[in-house]
Ligand binder design. Structure first.
Ligand code: PLP
Length: 455
């Protein structure tokens, strides 16, 4: 896919380094999402709200490692905490239990209403994978229900209907396979649901109610499309009724929609929760938390046998626990960075300020685009939002697909040219380093970008 507008910034070193990298790395990127045409910009330093590329250009960063960096780049509190941990523990990793694991687990249990016990992983992907496996063991069923357009990581079971196709509202969601080489088994055992369409969701779940182990979902789709007012509550009730495990994938929303994630914001409590991103303070992380008896089935200290008769599901059988492992799980440096992040977020006034700054940016963007006659709106929750070039309501991923994506792509290139970094077509994430002054600077750059776009 070609860019609709050329880079006008001097990015010759990026181009050259990208070409060089592509000799050794497929596509020159270590994750497919990092690619954009004609070439991704290669960064070599960062500070607070800013990124600096290898050609010396400065950008205000609204990607923030896909939302992970809620305190911005190189937050001194995180760095100081890591230095302290290193000087105290004298190693990079123990490979045994250590106090920070229980400390972080306790923090998560205190903050997330749906979490009674926790296991750590190294990525959001591993967290959703474990949550799904727990749900399958718990129910003894083998189908997974997921929502169209919801992303849960890059593995076979969930790379289905992530990208979605334009369709009419009354049509059923379409099952798409989002990678080569996905085994038929997963496509056959996945039920695709339409987000924010209650009647269809109810009907599909009813039809498969005896086979579905879990419904997994992003409670806020893509981190920016909120659920309709009653959608989550109804889903909670129905999954209870059918004995289906409800998994909230809060990898994006965790610590973004507030300290207790989307479950805290909407007051709907899932059985299992997957966390990632912000939880690691910029280091690789994931966690699964949930109902104690469900989490306990991966305990090697007795496994399912330590459950009481009432807790035990008939499907669980005897003895063998559900296997979960990972050499680096509960890494002390990662947990240190995460705890420092959470402590900072717990200081009074942090979320209100972050949200006020986000509102300032959203309003300013809408005002500028409106002034230049571009139909647009921002849509989001907490400190994440997206810019959708359409004046129609946005409740589903299809509404975004029906917006003016080609204009948005052009605008994104002009934004890059003006020093506002977002991954083209992606959402905007803010950090505490995005002060009111940074927002003003962003709006000035946006206006320049829009001017050159409409010229
Ligand atoms: N779930 C959601 C909602 C995500 O946004 C992501 C990553 O963007 C993942 C899971 C996968 O997390 P990771 O990239 O850490 O594997």
């Amino acid at each position: 896919m070609e860019m609709d507008a050329p880079f006008v910034r001097k990015t010759a070193r990026s181009a050259q380094m990208y070409r060089e990298a592509a000799r050794w790395i497929p596509g020159g990127v270590t994750a497919n999402i990092k690619y954009f045409a004609p070439y991704p910009i290669v960064m070599d330093s960062a500070s607070g709200a800013y990124l600096y590329d290898v050609d010396g250009n400065q950008y205000i960063d609204y990607n923030l490692c896909y939302g992970a960096l809620i305190l911005g780049h190189g937050d001194q509190r995180i760095i100081a905490a890591i230095n302290d941990t290193f000087s105290q523990i004298g190693t990079t990793i123990f490979g045994t239990p250590h106090p920070l694991e229980a400390e972080m687990a306790r923090v998560l249990v205190d903050l997330y209403p749906g979490i009674e016990k926790v296991r750590f992983t190294n990525s959001g992907l591993e967290a959703t994978l474990l949550a799904i496996r727990l749900a399958m063991a718990w129910t003894g069923r083998k189908k997974l229900a997921k929502f169209e357009g919801h992303y849960h990581g890059s593995y076979d079971q969930v790379l289905i209907s992530v990208t979605s196709q334009k369709r009419k509202r009354e049509q059923r969601p379409v099952k798409t396979l989002d990678s080569l080489a996905l085994p038929d088994y997963y496509a056959e055992n996945t039920v695709v649901l339409p987000f924010n369409e209650w009647d269809q969701t109810e009907e599909i779940l009813h039809q498969h109610r005896h086979e579905i182990a879990a419904v997994i979902m992003e409670p806020v789709q893509g981190g920016f499309i909120p659920p309709d007012e009653t959608f989550l509550k109804r889903l909670r009730e129905l999954t209870h009724q059918y004995g289906i495990v409800l998994i909230f994938d809060e990898v994006k929303t965790g610590f973004r929609t507030g300290l207790s994630g989307a479950q805290g914001l909407y007051g709907v409590i899932p059985d299992l929760t997957a966390l990632g991103k912000v939880l690691g303070g910029g280091f690789p992380v994931g966690a699964v938390g949930g109902r104690g008896e469900m989490m306990e089935i991966c305990s090697p200290a007795g496994g399912v046998d330590i459950l009481t008769t009432e807790q035990r599901q008939p499907s669980l059988g005897q003895g063998q626990p559900l296997f979960h492992s990972g050499t680096y799980n509960g890494h002390p440096v990662v947990l240190t960075a995460g705890l420092a992040t959470i402590q900072t977020l717990q200081e009074s006034g942090v979320y209100p300020q972050l949200e006020a700054n986000t509102t300032q940016l959203r309003k300013g963007m809408e005002e500028i685009l409106n002034r230049y006659g571009i139909a647009s709106q921002t849509i989001g929750v907490g400190s994440i939002f997206n810019l959708v070039l359409s004046d129609q309501p946005v409740r589903r991923i299809q509404d975004v697909l029906e917006s003016n994506l080609s204009l948005r792509r052009k605008l994104d290139t002009h934004l890059l040219n003006q020093g506002v970094f977002i991954k083209p077509l992606n959402r905007f994430s803010l950090s505490t380093a995005h002060t009111a002054e940074v927002i003003d600077e962003t709006l000035e750059r946006l206006e320049l970008a829009v001017k050159s776009l409409v010229r």
